[in-house]
Design a protein around this ligand. Structure first.
Ligand code: ATP
Ligand code: MG
Length: 569
């Protein structure tokens, strides 16, 4: 168990509030900000959203929903070099898929560039900001350490007029990138490192996806975020714990703008870390760029789009996030909790079907050649209104190769010579023999069926230990299955510093199985977004990119049981 579960009783179950909701409720009760509640989700459009972002989204939108407030979508687009409209579009799609709506409140930090620039000018005029011409290395060297004061920059006491002139010329494009920055003049001896004359603006000459070449100076996160919250009317700026030491600086800049009637407040919760995966955008981008995965939405990626393509549901992701909760302590959550949540959800929702992944033919020798029977198959035993569908049965069927053994060990309850098994939804059959090729591989199995044992008839009550899934050889359709597994085979792949992350990739994270045999009902209903349980095998969904009506491709969302548990014990 991770720290999270130990300290965090499931809030939902107790009807209680988590600590962020509690803080919001207190502020509302105290009538702060005129009783208004406004949050924001602030992604930087430099990558696709991952499940960690989903945790932030559920918090930001969830708390607004719970207390009758609103949540804005604000793209934190302050670094044009890494940002792209492809990312903006994917972020919108993913938030909607998770079930949240920002209405017409779609904002961009770049919308506030003029106001931020004006505030910078004001700070320069008040003697609270200066242009530094040192290199980033020199600036870093002068930072000092948490226990040792930093050193003042030689440019710190430049006259105000000179700062104004230089800053305006920085923005006019007169100077090279990296040659100058605008710094806040606060305190180089502050115990909070973020107060040691933080950088407010740097020069970037790359065109911006929204503002083009209008700006040559771009604000740093710390100079942009709090003020953007303020300009937008955000009351509660909820973010992750690494921003705790930034909070005094957030408040410092907001103080130049806010008054008693309204001021945004930053609250932090623990970020999501998951075993057997990485949630750093930089590493995810690397996986994409190096072609180690099939794009940001590869079904093995922990991205929202990857999880969607893999067959995860928004409900399962939310159930997982509720289960792990929100705390003030960093922890690593076990990915098996996420896997448990999707199994639990799909057990309720997925339609049961038959698919044979490694087929071997069975001939039922006493069954008439030309007869076809439609047997009834239950769609979902978990759903009283789930209904049934028809599946054709005839003389030749396919079963899984490993459901037959010529010389079985003692407790093998599947098919073997002279033994009986039940064919799900159909009859009990008894094996009479098999045919092998020159290498000794079984190519055909022979059986006889007992006509008295048809499913639903009294004779079917007879006890046999094994029940097999099967498909009609004459009616089945061929398809492809992609068996996905965890992307990394190292538990703390996200944290590991010693090893290169290439070495930790799970070589078995995808297995492609061609020519699987599926029942006709599945072929007819394999629409994108549908969820199926291939009986006895796992949960599958049609691949949203590659599956076509005449060449179906199924992604395995998750196995029926957790096979990693055993391996690790
Ligand atoms: P970057 O390193 O590019 O800043 P980021 O993961 O912080 O990456 P953002 O786009 O800045 O990405 O994140 C948007 C919001 O999502 C932020 O409020 C951030 O705190 C939150 N967030 C990001 N990663 C996680 C995570 N693993 N768990 C919870 N929240 C997260
Ligand atoms: Mg960030």
């Amino acid at each position: 168990m991770s720290v999270n579960e130990a300290v965090n009783p499931a809030p939902e179950k107790e009807g209680g509030l988590n600590f962020v909701e509690q803080a919001v409720a207190d502020d509302l009760r105290a009538g702060k900000n005129g009783g208004r509640l406004s949050t924001r989700f602030p992604p930087e459009p430099n990558g696709y959203l991952h499940i960690g972002h989903a945790k932030a989204i559920c918090m930001d939108f969830g708390v607004a929903e719970k207390f009758g407030g609103t949540c804005n979508l604000r793209f934190d687009d302050t670094n044009p070099v890494k940002e792209d409209t492809e990312y903006v579009d994917s972020i919108r799609e993913d938030i909607k898929w998770l079930g949240y709506d920002w209405g017409d409140r779609e904002y961009y930090a770049s919308d506030y560039f003029p106001q931020l620039y004006d505030l910078a000018i004001r700070l320069i005029k008040e003697g609270k900001a200066y242009v530094d011409e040192q290199t980033s290395e020199q600036i870093a060297e002068q930072k000092g350490t948490p226990t040792q004061a930093g050193t003042n920059s030689p440019y710190r006491d430049r006259p105000i007029e000179e700062n104004l002139d230089l800053f305006q010329r920085m923005n006019a494009g007169e100077f090279d990138e990296g040659s100058m920055v605008l710094r806040a003049k606060i305190d180089m001896a502050s115990p909070n490192m973020h107060f040691r004359d933080p950088i407010m603006y740097r020069i970037i000459k790359h065109p911006h996806h929204r503002t083009g070449d209008r700006w040559k100076v771009y604000p740093m996160y710390d100079f942009a975020h709090g003020q953007s919250d303020y300009f937008e009317g955000v009351t509660h700026s909820i973010c992750t714990l690494e921003f705790v030491p930034h909070r005094p600086l957030y408040d410092y800049f907001v103080d130049f703008l806010a008054d008693e009637s309204y001021r945004p407040r930053q609250i932090e919760f623990n970020r999501l870390n998951l075993t057997y995966t990485v949630l750093s955008k930089r590493k995810l981008l690397q996986l994409v760029k190096e072609g180690l995965v099939d794009g940001w939405d590869d079904p093995r990626m922990p991205t929202v789009s990857g999880l969607r393509r893999r067959g995860f549901t928004p409900d399962s992701i939310k159930a997982f996030l509720t289960r792990i909760g929100y705390t003030k302590f960093e922890a690593v959550n076990d990915i098996s909790l996420l896997e448990f949540s999707i199994r639990e959800d799909l057990n309720q929702k997925a339609t049961r079907v038959c698919a044979v992944l490694d087929p071997v033919k069975v001939v039922i020798t006493n069954y008439p050649e030309d007869t076809v029977e439609d047997v009834d198959m239950e769609n979902n035993p978990e759903d009283p209104n789930g209904g049934t569908h028809k599946m054709p049965f005839c003389r030749e069927i396919y079963i899984e190769r490993d459901d037959f053994m010529e010389n079985p060990p003692k407790k093998y309850f599947r098919l073997s010579p002279d033994k009986e098994v039940r064919l799900k939804g159909a009859y009990i059959i008894k094996c009479t023999g098999c045919k092998k090729d020159e290498n000794g591989n079984v190519v055909e199995i022979y059986c006889e069926y007992d006509p008295e044992t048809k499913s639903g008839m009294p004779g079917s009550m007879r006890k046999v230990k094994g029940t097999l899934h099967w498909v009609s050889a004459r009616h089945c359709v061929e398809a492809e299955a992609r068996l996905y597994d965890r992307l990394f085979n190292v538990e703390n792949a996200g944290e590991e510093k010693e090893r290169d992350f290439h070495e930790m990739l799970n070589p078995e994270s995808i297995k492609v199985v061609k020519n699987i045999k599926i029942e006709p009902f599945l072929a007819e209903n394999a629409k994108p977004g549908a969820h199926f349980q291939f009986q006895r095998i796992g949960y599958f969904t049609p691949d949203s990119k590659d599956s076509k009506p005449d060449s179906l491709v199924f992604n395995r969302t998750i196995t029926l049981k957790d096979s990693w548990q055993k391996i690790n014990k």
